[in-house]
Write a protein that binds this ligand. Structure first.
Ligand code: AMP
Ligand code: MG
Length: 488
């Protein structure tokens, strides 16, 4: 919602830069509902002016006028190193509709663009669009994507590509990096304004607390701890967990070289540019905790408004130490649900970890394994379980299945009931990289049908969609090797 701060260096009021001859690449009817856009039967807006608005070519529809588009400054730690000032180098906030900020990513240069061209390529815009909507359907907090608008405008990356604009929605796009910016420039007035704005608009309960800023920090940590547990539970790797890509609302934001796990490998690295594996799957919780420590540092001046330096540090450090506890509890609860366990037993964690270790050793497909686990008949012998053939060490996995079935028998649920609950948490369809790649390659030839089809499938990730069975099949080894990097 409204983003205003005093001083004129934190926000730039500007117009998006137009793109030549824009056309629709993709549109989410479900996201359009959030902002009350009336649609035609074909799923696109009734009011044609939306195409120009979402392209960055106009600021008015029949019923709305965006009179104050802005770009904001932020800073951040990139790959663990302080990068200094960043900011919305290519994202322009058009305004608010119905409690949602409408932001155009790739809408041209801003004061904060540094050496960049202010644009985003079609490829990365389609990936962001599809993954935002897929994550939402998975029940994972995320910014939403309203549309992708394309143009024949070319931009230079490793090769020449065409530009696109991704229109995205979120109650707020404020990041940890915004706080880091004002703390690093020792601009305590704006730091406090930002915290107050966040409390007023998104965390009103903090006002009633004895220590509103500490409470705000605790709530941001809690949301992000729960978020990363949800990522782990669906095998989502963000790829670039820099502090400027972490939302203070606990939303998944800034989709770039993300990837969902195909074959399970705990140290899987999805971002080809991340050579050291800083953002590998198994490191995400630790890295999110690290990012919360960056936020804690930025919050010290806020706590010092009411406490000594030593007290402020102690309060924040105690709050920060809750992160692994909250994360651990969320992770355990989610993986219990993934296994269909409703009661809680101490040795459940060992059972979960033994399975993950076996999956890692045999590189079993993460999504399909959990999905198919729901089919186990607790009254049939282990030798009849088809899934055992996915594992190299049969004796060991048979032992695991024996223990799992024994554990399921402690539950009060019957097989059919358990299956239906498990199918509501273990998705069948995800935006696997190879699926996105097919849609992108067709879109680059101006055929957008596959983007629309994927959107439709991914909007119902827990349903069996018989006609789309092949979209649940893991990639062949050559397709699994598709590389995604920071270039976008
Ligand atoms: P990202 O790695 O996409 O999170 O971007 C990091 C920072 O670089 C953000 O501040 C972006 O606004 C900025 N940025 C990325 N790509 C571009 C671009 N093509 N033009 C201008 N700024 C960019
Ligand atoms: Mg970013």
């Amino acid at each position: 919602m409204a983003f205003t701060l005093s001083g004129d260096d934190a926000i730039q009021t500007l117009q998006p830069s137009p793109i030549p001859e824009p056309y629709w690449v993709a549109f989410s009817a479900s996201a359009a509902k959030l902002v009350n856009i009336a649609l035609k039967d074909d799923g696109y807006p009734q009011d044609d002016a939306w195409l120009d608005v979402l392209a960055g070519n106009a600021l008015e529809t029949q019923s709305l006028k965006f009179s104050n588009p802005i770009a904001t400054v932020y800073s951040g730690h990139q790959f663990g190193v302080w990068a200094g000032q960043l900011g919305d180098g290519r994202a322009i906030l058009l305004g608010d509709i119905n409690g949602q900020e409408l932001q155009l990513k790739g809408a041209g240069k801003t004061r904060y663009s540094r050496m960049g061209d202010g644009r985003a390529v079609l490829r990365s815009s389609i990936r962001e669009f599809l993954c935002s909507e897929a994550m939402h359907a998975l029940g994972i907090p995320t910014s939403r994507a309203l549309a992708v608008v394309g143009s024949d405008l070319t931009v230079r990356r490793e090769t020449m590509e065409t530009a696109a604009v991704c229109a995205r929605l979120a109650p707020s796009f404020i990041r940890i990096g915004h706080f880091e910016h004002f703390a690093s420039t020792q601009n305590i007035v704006q730091l406090k304004e930002l915290a107050d704005l966040l409390i007023d608009q998104h965390y009103p309960d903090c006002r009633d607390s004895k220590n509103p800023y500490l409470n705000l920090f605790q709530k941001i940590c809690e949301r992000n701890a729960k978020l990363v547990a949800q990522w782990q539970a669906v095998g989502f790797c963000h790829g670039v967990l820099n502090s400027d890509n972490i939302s203070v609302l606990g939303l998944t934001i800034d989709y770039g070289p993300f990837g969902f796990l195909d074959q399970f490998q705990v140290d899987h690295i999805c971002n080809h540019s991340d050579q050291g594996g800083r953002y590998a799957y198994h490191r995400q919780p630790q890295i999110m905790h690290w990012n919360m420590a960056c936020l804690a540092s930025a919050f010290i001046p806020l706590l010092e408004l009411a406490h000594s330096e030593a007290e402020s540090q102690e309060l924040l450090s105690n709050a920060l130490s809750e992160f692994p506890v909250i994360y651990g509890q969320s992770w355990q609860a989610l993986f219990r649900q993934k296994l269909g366990l409703e009661s809680t037993r101490d040795d459940d964690i060992e059972l979960i970890e033994r399975l993950l270790q076996a999956m890692h050793d045999s590189r079993v497909d993460f999504t399909n394994l959990f999905r198919k686990l729901a089919n186990i008949n607790t009254n049939a012998p282990v030798s009849e379980i088809k899934l055992r053939h996915d594992f190299i060490d049969r004796d060991s996995i048979d032992q695991w299945f024996n223990d799992y079935i024994a554990r399921l028998k402690v539950e009060s649920t019957v097989d059919a009931e358990r299956k239906s609950k498990m199918n509501g948490i273990n998705p069948k369809y995800l935006l696997r990289n190879h699926l996105a790649q097919v849609a992108i390659e067709k879109a680059q030839q101006k055929d957008f049908s596959e983007v629309a089809r994927l959107l439709q499938i991914l909007e119902n990730p827990f349903d069996e969609q018989e006609e789309y069975e092949e979209y649940a099949v893991p990639p062949s080894p050559d397709l699994a090797a598709i590389e995604v990097s920071c270039s976008s």
